[in-house]
Design a protein around this ligand. Structure first.
Ligand code: C2O
Ligand code: CU
Length: 472
């Protein structure tokens, strides 16, 4: 971070953070540096701590040699703050933009650029954002593990971008990282249970996570806690997915377990067992952790048989100009029909291709009703779900009163870039009355100059959202 910007003052009821994106020397292993991008000089960027229901302000400055925009992945915030090129102007080099929103849900989220993502994320622009509840589930300790893979070439630098193979399969790396470091070691005391928050920030890789084959409990997913812990020996994280785990207790002090990615065939090249890091069982400590048998209630959005309100087809198409495209409903960068506030959505997300795609909906959680006609074993709130080859995932979601332009897309970054995405508008009743169902120019928020945000003008005291002006 540059020194000309002092730390932001602690606001009474506003949590403030400052982020700066820039070029960095990223030390992926001791003595091994690659030229990349980072937030506040590091990869991942700082863990942004937020409180459920408390306004959050993030003053972002772009020190990159290219424009960008920052998306708050999974957060149910107003459309104008979603940080996509659709709801705001790109933040140019040297510009500052302050994001202001109040996170409504506790959970494990993340942030990343939403412009030239295939390069900006791979180069290191991503970080975790943790929203804490007033009554957090506190175990003996907590760790945040952000998984990523990186492709390094013979010269030891980030391999160049492009090529039809990556465009087709998505870019996977030959170096596996947790928290920006190649195969790090984590310690956990024998006898203790910790809450581990896991984010898969990879461009394309699916992580089929195993902790030395030992059982662990899933306690949360994208949208926070699930209803009851589920004991498993592995969990699949498609690109962009999150889980929260209760890890431990382990008994044998000194034992070392591998944090592994088990083989998973997403029909884009097979891999074997690959190690991401290790766990060392440290000397025993007393435990006060208790994982409750009920974590919370999630009311079902749809009961009984659901009638589908929309079908979203994820597809692949040959193209004379580009070789091939990834599409939604046969169209690159599809413009989907609007959705009305208050009308429960039941969508069939149909994968017409022969490979997996992680479907991501911006700004709203969904419940998974069925995967290939089968009800999932437990209920959760999600913003990313894997849609298997030739498979159908039925989801339900509720458009609460946050009108504006939203989107959904495949979170394999190359597929998103190749067109497997769609925009759609959420329209409120008022929009309809006044015939403002189209466009969203009212909520375009403009970046301010770095100088203006760095002392020459006072930081906003209150917390205000850019309002949609209506009837103009
Ligand atoms: Cu993390 Cu549009 O996505
Ligand atoms: Cu895809």
């Amino acid at each position: 971070m540059s020194k000309d910007c002092a730390a932001l003052p602690e606001g009474g009821s506003v949590v403030r953070h400052r982020l700066e994106a820039g070029e960095i020397d990223w030390e992926i292993a001791p003595g091994r540096k690659v030229r990349g991008y980072g937030f506040n000089g590091r990869v991942p960027g700082p863990v942004l701590e937020a409180k459920q229901g408390v306004p959050l302000e993030i003053e972002f400055t772009n020190r990159l040699p290219e424009p960008t925009v920052i998306h708050w992945h999974g957060l149910r915030i107003p459309a104008a703050m979603d940080g996509t090129e659709v709801v705001q102007r790109l933040i140019q080099p040297g510009e500052t933009f302050t994001y202001r929103f109040t996170p409504p849900d506790a959970g494990t989220f993340w942030y990343h650029p939403h412009h030239n993502e295939t390069e900006q994320l791979e180069k290191g622009l991503y970080g975790a954002l943790i929203v804490r509840a007033a009554d957090e589930l506190a175990l003996d300790g907590e760790k945040i593990l952000v998984f990523d893979d990186l492709r390094i070439d013979k010269s030891g630098q980030i391999a160049k971008f492009g090529g039809l193979k990556d465009r087709h399969n998505g870019r996977e790396g030959n170096v596996r990282l947790i928290n920006g470091t190649s195969e790090p070691e984590f310690a956990i005391a024998a006898g203790q249970i910790e809450r581990w928050r896991i984010v898969n920030a990879s461009s394309a890789r699916y992580v089929r996570l195993s902790l030395g084959g030992r059982p662990f409990q899933i306690v949360g997913t994208d949208g926070g806690l699930i209803e009851a812990p589920v004991t498993v020996e592995e969990v699949l994280l498609p690109a962009a997915d999150r889980v929260e785990l209760a890890v431990g207790p382990f008994e044998k002090e000194g034992e070392v377990l591998s944090i592994e990615d088990l083989p998973y065939n997403r029909m884009a090249g097979k891999k074997g067992v690959e190690r991401f890091g290790t766990i060392r069982i440290a000397p025993r400590k007393a435990s006060t952790a208790r994982v409750p048998s009920r974590l919370r209630e999630i009311a079902p959005l749809v009961t009984g048989t659901s009638s589908v309100t929309r079908t979203v087809k994820l597809g692949f198409k040959m193209s004379l100009r580009r070789g091939f495209d990834f599409v939604v409903n046969n169209e690159r960068h599809h413009h989907d029909k609007p959705v009305k506030v208050g009308e429960v959505q039941v969508w069939d997300v149909v994968n017409t291709t022969l490979m997996d795609h992680p479907f991501h909906l911006h700004g709203f959680f969904f419940q998974v009703l069925e995967i290939n006609g089968k009800k999932p074993a437990w209920r959760s709130l999600e913003d990313v779900i894997n849609v298997p080859p030739k498979g159908t995932v039925r989801i339900a979601w509720y458009p609460d009163d946050r009108p504006g332009m939203w989107m959904y897309h495949c979170h394999i970054l190359d597929h998103h870039a190749a067109g497997m995405m769609a925009h759609f508008e959420v329209v409120g009743e008022r929009d309809e009355e006044h015939g403002h169902g189209q466009g969203n120019n009212q909520s375009v928020a403009a970046p301010v100059s770095h100088a203006a945000a760095c002392g020459t003008t006072p930081v906003h005291r209150g917390h205000t959202f850019p309002r949609r002006r209506r009837g103009e």
